[in-house]
Design a binder for this molecule. Sequence first.
Ligand code: SAH
Length: 320
Amino acid sequence: MSRSTAPGRPTGLLLSTPMTMDPPKVRCNQPDPTADQPASPGERSQGRFVKNDDRGNPVAFSHDLEAIVPPAGWAGKIAEFGIGLEDAEVEQLGKYLAALMDVNTRTNLTAIRDADEAWDRHIFDALTLVPVLGEMPEADGRKRVIDVGSGGGLPGIPLAIAMPEIDFVLLDATKRKTDFIENCVAWLGLTNVTVINGRAEGVGQDKGRKLLQGYTGGHREKYDGAMARAVGKVAMIAELTVPLVKVGGLVFLTKGEKADEEVTDAKKALHMLHTHHVGTIETPTGRVVVLEKRRGTPKMYPRRDGEPKRVPLGITGGKN
Ligand code: SAH
């Protein structure tokens, strides 16, 4: 992947990019993430690579699926946005979409069933994060980014295809979904993706193994960046993402028209999490809310499973 966007801080980036499409109304269509199979906090998925003939498994798909070709003009829109994709990357994106659309006919992974629409509302929408991820401050070694509530692999999989230089961790509470992502990762041969089946509340408290000096492994404060799309409102999702990033790390939340309202409602929550709203970027498919963690997260966050959603930080009354 090549980009023509000039380097700089993410805050000023693309703020002037005109809207060329309606903001996406991507909603999670599964109210309870653990409804079909609960995962224990921080549990690493034992999901295996599902073979062609594994017919009983709803997230299995044929490895002979042909890549879906983007609609006319799609590559031009991406190029106009400043992203140059190699042919092999477009092919990988098309294969991922083929798997998503195929499995979606048997088990619900996304409400979008039309492939042309999915190229815009899933793939392009995910790729709008390429410039901001590319401009994250330098890391020691490879940059690490976690996708919280990745569902069927969005935005994580398209980004992992387009940005092989970054290591991605895709986290979701629903086993069926992380199994699907693992199948895709194996099929596409992506070496920069790790899949975790678990809840962000538990993973965000996982400091790793205690050594004489500090900790090793774990997930808390280990990432340069975190991102989430269609998981919840800003106040709720901030509690699930901020603990995972290092001090100075960034959180990117893919949002639609309600971005500003949600940021206003999250003012108190962001204060409690020592996090600042550093900007909202307009993209051709919606908005990206950028948060920066300024100090370590108080130990009590994230709270226990379900609490961030049930009683969102700093918001009185009503679900977030
Ligand atoms: N990001 C994807 C999926 C959105 S649906 C997309 O844009 O298409 C929301 C996803 O978040 C579901 O798959 C659900 O299982 C997951 N989720 C919700 N709460 C979670 C939590 N506390 N920890 C981990 N995953 C969670």
